[in-house]
Design a binder for this molecule. Structure first.
Ligand code: GDP
Ligand code: K
Ligand code: MG
Length: 301
């Protein structure tokens, strides 16, 4: 597992833009190279992880936010709010536009909305394979006038041009953070989130007010061997201070053992099989702010 003193960078990235600008093509290109995709079954949550790009020194979690568009009805209004919340919590927003198309009302609307976020926004000009290089300058000029983009990156998602550059620029904007997902195994486990909540609940309940609600539980591994066999779960409880770590572990590990036993009973009920639960505790300052908010609005761990 990771050492606490190495600088690991991680964060969340949202891609926004009008339909057909190439958002899915971009994700697929990156996935095709090196990231594992989450299953594509219908989502009950409004924000989902589209893919996770894991490297030795960093992890980029691409999340899908509901489209930003002019709301046509109340639900649209509500979705806009959800999207806005999500966009304020991500580390980088990629605003993707189509190089073949001029600046239109759709882009204007999105830029208006972006004005209220502090999150750095990259302008990603896609489909540059379709234009003459000279045209790029006027596109960049047009957009530069409209918004103060953190970076402007022309790419071709279809042909793969300049995507490495874009990924490196994203990394440069990521804060220090944990590896949210294991590098090897990424599936959209519906029970993953529930299990983490069960562990979190026990930890909060048993320690009462001594640890704040900002503690988080990350499921590192769920391994199921055969039908009737034991499910092996590894999870890390993340706290913000050493003192909290001490409380969670307890004298001679008594508290952690108790948390584990109670959580295991719930999880066995949930899964209908024997569970071997391995719990770890890690101090990670300040990381929860973003993640907990994303979870509150439906982001699934
Ligand atoms: P989304 O709606 O933003 O997710 O857009 P898609 O990824 O579905 O792409 C819409 C269309 O644009 C598809 O036919 C893609 O093949 C095409 N497309 C995406 N990226 C590029 C690109 O870089 N160059 C060209 N020529 N076509 C692209
Ligand atoms: K982060
Ligand atoms: Mg799409």
């Amino acid at each position: 597992s990771k050492q606490a003193n190495t600088t690991y960078k991680s964060g969340f990235v949202s891609i926004i833009g009008r339909p057909n600008v190439g958002k899915s093509t971009f994700i697929n290109h990156v996935i095709g190279q090196k990231i594992a995709i989450m299953s594509d079954k219908p989502q009950t949550t409004r924000n989902k992880v589209q893919g996770v790009l894991t490297a030795n020194d960093s992890q980029i979690v691409f999340i899908d936010t509901p489209g930003i568009h002019k709301p046509k009805h109340k639900l649209g209004d509500f979705m806009m709010k959800v999207a806005s919340n999500a966009l304020q919590e991500v580390d980088v927003i990629l605003f993707m536009v189509n190089a073949e198309e001029g600046f239109g009302r759709g882009e204007e609307f999105i830029i208006e909305k972006l004005g209220s976020y502090k999150t750095p926004v990259f302008l990603v000009i896609n489909k540059i394979d379709q234009i003459h290089p000279d045209e790029l300058f006027s596109i960049i000029d047009t957009y530069k006038e409209k918004y103060d983009f953190a970076e402007i990156v022309p790419i071709s998602a279809l042909e793969g041009n300049n995507i490495e550059t874009l990924l490196n620029q994203i990394k440069a904007y990521l804060p220090e953070g944990p590896q949210y997902y294991p590098a090897d195994q990424i599936t959209d486990h519906p029970e993953r989130f529930i299990i983490s909540e069960m562990i979190r609940e026990k930890a909060l309940h048993l320690t009462r007010e001594e640890v704040p609600h900002s503690i988080a539980v990350v499921i590192d591994k769920i391994e199921r061997k055969g039908k009737a066999e034991t499910v092996h779960i590894m999870a890390t409880i993340i706290v913000e201070r050493d003192s909290q770590k001490g409380i969670i572990i307890g004298k001679r590990g008594v508290m952690l053992k108790e948390i584990g036993q109670r959580a295991r009973a719930d999880i066995e009920n949930l899964l209908g099989s024997k569970v071997f639960l391995e719990l770890w505790v890690k101090v990670q300052k300040d990381w929860r702010n973003k993640a907990s908010h994303l979870r509150d609005i439906g982001f699934r761990e």
